[in-house]
Design a protein around this ligand. Structure first.
Ligand SMILES: [Cu+2]
Length: 296
């Protein structure tokens, strides 16, 4: 046993402690907080918010449960390594163990500490790749939303619903109405129907941006000259906030995303309203959304 441990300690560099302790603290502490408060979260960041927002799509549910599974794996590994280190520090320090073992190799241990981490990693790779392909695209899209990044706002097009398109700009702090979220509210929210497979196509007019809504589990770069694809099926009606997540210039922090998920009927009515507005030459898209109070 003693030989086993002393050869083990030669192989665990001090760096391992930092590698494991950081994620351990970062991971365990929020999970404890989240475990208690998870149910009460909204689809937006809250003061002192720790952990993930409440999922609003199957994609985000899968991401969240994979995240939880990984949290358990790294926690068990971290506790195990910490236990070994503490044991070694107590049992094999200079006072407790004045004549150290001269062992330098132990074939069995070397095989084990190569094989076991490999198996753990393989066990993580499989669900990880499954999830990656699940988020990639949907085979049966019922509609498409085209998202275009600009310095520094988003514009949206609904190619399946005629010529509906509009720009979406952040509402400046001085123009905020009571209840509107600072740095998150926009003049024209994206309106989308719930329980619909929506293909999201992204591109950019200038530099790389990234369209991200945490509650949907969607974050995809909008790259000039390219068409990126992902998808979402929103499960609950409500307002969802997100932000550009690719450093895109001086106003990167001021191009938020606000999505209003409504019933299919309301969505159809909104589309009609947009078409009429466009036909009359009126400025498009001041949605029913904007009249509704923010939040759920
Ligand atoms: Cu951007």
């Amino acid at each position: 046993m003693r030989k086993f441990l002393s050869s083990l300690v030669t192989a665990i560099p001090a760096a391992a402690w930092f590698v494991f302790a950081g994620p351990l603290l970062a991971a365990i502490v929020p999970s404890l907080v989240l475990g208690v408060s998870g149910a009460a979260e909204a689809a937006e960041p809250l003061p002192w918010h720790i952990g993930l927002q409440e999922p609003a799509s199957e994609t985000m549910e899968r991401i969240a449960s994979f995240h939880t599974a990984l949290l358990w794996i790294i926690s068990v590994i971290s506790v195990f390594v910490l236990g070994l280190l503490v044991y070694v520090m107590v049992r094999f320090n200079e006072r407790a163990n004045p004549t150290p073992s001269a062992t330098t190799h132990n074939t069995l241990i070397e095989i084990l500490w190569t094989a076991i981490p490999t198996l753990i990693l393989l066990g993580i790779v499989y669900p990880s790749m499954q999830l990656l392909y699940y988020t990639d695209k949907t085979a049966n899209a019922e509609m498409t939303l085209k998202i275009i990044g600009h310095q520094w706002y988003w514009s949206y097009e609904y190619p399946d619903q005629g010529d509906v398109k509009f720009d979406s700009n952040m509402i400046a702090e001085k123009d905020l109405k009571p209840g509107q979220r600072r740095l998150l509210e926009v003049d024209s929210r994206v309106v989308l129907p719930v329980h619909t497979n929506i293909r999201l196509l992204m591109t950019s007019q200038d530099v790389i941006h990234a369209w991200r809504i945490n509650a949907f589990g969607v974050m995809k770069d909008a790259v000039p000259g390219r068409l990126q694809e992902t998808w979402v099926n929103i499960e609950k009606e409500g307002v969802y906030y997100g932000q550009c997540s690719e450093l895109c210039g001086i106003n990167h922090a001021y191009m938020p995303i606000a999505v209003e998920a409504v019933s299919k009927e309301k969505f159809a009515a909104w589309i009609e309203q947009q078409k009429k507005a466009a036909a009359n030459g009126a400025a498009p898209a001041s949605q029913l959304a904007a009249q509704a109070p923010a939040g759920q």
